[in-house]
Design a protein around this ligand. Structure first.
Ligand code: PLP
Length: 469
């Protein structure tokens, strides 16, 4: 990272964490140059970058200020409840029908689960694919089928090592995306009828996997900034025979919450004390706007209790279907289950990604991607403040590409979706993120696509529809 990027990052963090508040003046160029021991031109470059991301604005003859999202910024939602609920899961029909209704590529894709394909280095990846295939030994095409390519496992372990987490190579299993990894972890640790602690709201595929495996959900509330409520989790672990927890410790989907370092440590201590394993779904970790690596709960694991799952689908190569799990003490069970089901992800796709990680400029790509996403987040927040009712609440995640909106109680987002689809706009309604189909007045909107006049118009249309409830 260049010096001005590091400085921009530091100031952006002050804004994201609320130390510098909307409307407040940021340090003058002279002051910042003295405080951070950098030249005034470095400060200017950093401020231009922050301006470009939509975080600060210049006022003539007055300096730079933290940008307010429109005249009346929307408030953040509160924690999503105060007690755990045990629920039979029966949401698959609803999820499938919603996913079916939002897949038309002609719609404004606020309901999509992916960022725009334009944000990925697909031509560079194709070159890596060609290069890797030319050099793939005939033997490797068969040998790499079990735990997965040694080269990719080595590259993944190296990235974690640099970011402060030791993932032993022998724990790493390459999978068909994180989805397979998560499925294998759950199958390795549960039997039908068991209780699984999950977040509320949770990624809808989590609910579908629980339903398919006939498991019961214990829904734990989530704070939109700080993540899962540890007091409620502790109470549930003490009173219920929970077999395993499935949580996202960083950039949770759909709320975008990231637990602090200390909270991740406390979560691990709690789980270790109860000897309850954790499936850590960490697929958005690389999309942290601050460019600072996010530590995983796995980094505290000295007892093999954490199954840590990641993927390239969200940050590099959608469609390649390459993910991984560091399975702790469950590695062998996971590996065997994989051999009995899919055997291996596609060897060419794995080889292409291994080649790209070595030669393709992954960190440069990630910095560009994070910058684009942060800029688009600002645009959506601005637009929401202009078009949505003032009682609307919205999250402010520090990464990823989703905002979670809590509309006034009277708004039914399943009905809103039907109205929006008729106007060529998609969204992800709240009830698909909950085993008990709560969050009927909430929706997840995707800002992972370049912001255009059509996006702005679609927000206006949604705002008018919300007003009709
Ligand atoms: C939270 C979460 N976990 C896992 C996945 C699945 O990732 P993959 O595409 O690598 O299977 C997704 C994809 O939407 C996700 O949002």
């Amino acid at each position: 990272m260049k010096r001005y990027e590091r400085l921009a990052d530091e100031i952006a963090n002050l804004i994201r964490t609320g130390v510098l508040k909307a409307g407040e003046k940021v340090p003058s160029v002279r002051h910042a140059s003295r405080t951070y021991a950098v030249s005034p031109s470095t400060v200017f470059q950093a401020y231009y970058l922050l301006e470009d991301k939509g975080l600060i604005i210049a006022r003539a003859r007055s300096g730079y200020y933290v940008r307010e999202h429109a005249k009346r910024p929307l408030h953040e939602p509160e924690i999503t409840g105060h007690k755990a609920e045990t629920t039979e899961v029966d949401v698959s029909e609803l999820v499938f029908s919603i996913l079916n209704s939002i897949k038309d590529p002609a719609t404004t894709p606020f309901g999509s689960a992916f960022p725009s394909p334009q944000l990925f280095p697909l031509p560079r990846l194709a070159r890596s694919m060609t290069h890797a295939l030319r050099h793939l030994s005939t033997q490797a095409a068969i040998a790499d089928m079990t735990a997965g390519s040694n080269e990719l496992r080595r590259q993944i372990a190296l990235r974690y090592r640099v970011n402060g987490t030791r993932l032993p190579l022998e724990e790493l299993v390459i999978t068909n995306g994180a989805m397979e990894a998560l499925n294998l972890c759950l199958q390795s640790t549960t039997s039908p009828g068991d209780l699984v602690a999950i977040e509320a709201p949770a990624f809808y595929a989590t609910l579908q996997v629980l339903e398919r495996l006939k498991l019961k959900a214990v829904e734990i509330p989530v704070h939109p900034r700080e993540g899962v409520d540890l007091d409620v989790l502790e109470h549930s672990l003490s009173h219920l025979p929970i077999k395993v927890c499935w949580l996202m410790s960083s950039l949770q989907n759909p709320l975008g919450a990231s637990m602090s370092f200390e909270k991740k440590q406390a979560l691990y201590t709690l789980l270790k004390q109860h000897q309850v394993p954790l499936i850590e779904d960490d697929v958005y970790a690389e999309l942290n706007f601050s460019n600072q690596p996010l530590r995983a709960v796995k980094s505290f694991d000295d007892d093999g209790l954490v199954m840590h799952c990641g993927s390239f689908s969200k940050c590099l190569a959608p469609g390649y279907r390459v993910g991984w799990v560091a399975g702790g003490r469950f590695t062998e069970a996971i590996d065997r289950l994989k051999l009995m089901t899919t055997i291996s992800p596609s060897v060419p796709a794995v080889a292409a990604i291994a080649d790209y990680l070595q030669h393709g400029g992954y960190d440069r790509h990630l910095r560009k991607l994070r910058h684009a996403l942060e800029t688009q987040q600002s645009a959506m927040l601005d637009s929401a403040a202009r078009h949505f009712p003032s009682e609307t609440r919205v999250t402010r995640p520090t990464g990823g590409y989703f905002l979670w909106f809590e509309f006034p109680e009277r708004v039914d987002t399943l009905q809103l979706l039907r109205m929006a689809i008729a106007q060529g706009i998609s969204l992800a309604p709240g009830p698909i993120f909950s085993a008990s189909q709560r969050f009927g007045n909430c929706a997840r909107l995707n800002y992972g696509h370049p912001w255009t006049p059509e996006s702005e118009k679609a927000m206006g249309t949604l705002g008018r529809m919300i007003d009709t409830f």
